[in-house]
Design a protein around this ligand. Structure first.
Ligand SMILES: [Zn+2]
Length: 73
């Protein structure tokens, strides 16, 4: 069962985003990272090149708690 956070609306993906391709260059990369687009504050998938070339337009967002063996949530 997927974990539902009470701040779920803060973690929506951009409507044009796809998990299979880079949001910025449309490249079909198997190594995409999820970042937050500052303009829309929505999550998008980006390739490494686009993160490096557009670093001021995106934020790394790891604000969710990590769930694991040591987590109590
Ligand atoms: Zn890209």
């Amino acid at each position: 069962m997927p974990i539902i956070y009470d701040d779920e609306k803060s973690y929506r993906f951009h409507k044009s985003d796809s998990a299979e391709r880079c949001f910025a260059c449309n490249e079909n990369s198997d190594r995409l990272l999820i970042v937050r687009q500052i303009k829309s504050m929505m999550l998008v998938h980006l390739c490494h090149n686009c993160i490096a070339n557009n670093f001021s337009d995106y934020l790394l967002d790891n604000t969710r708690p990590w769930l694991g063996e040591k987590g109590n949530i």
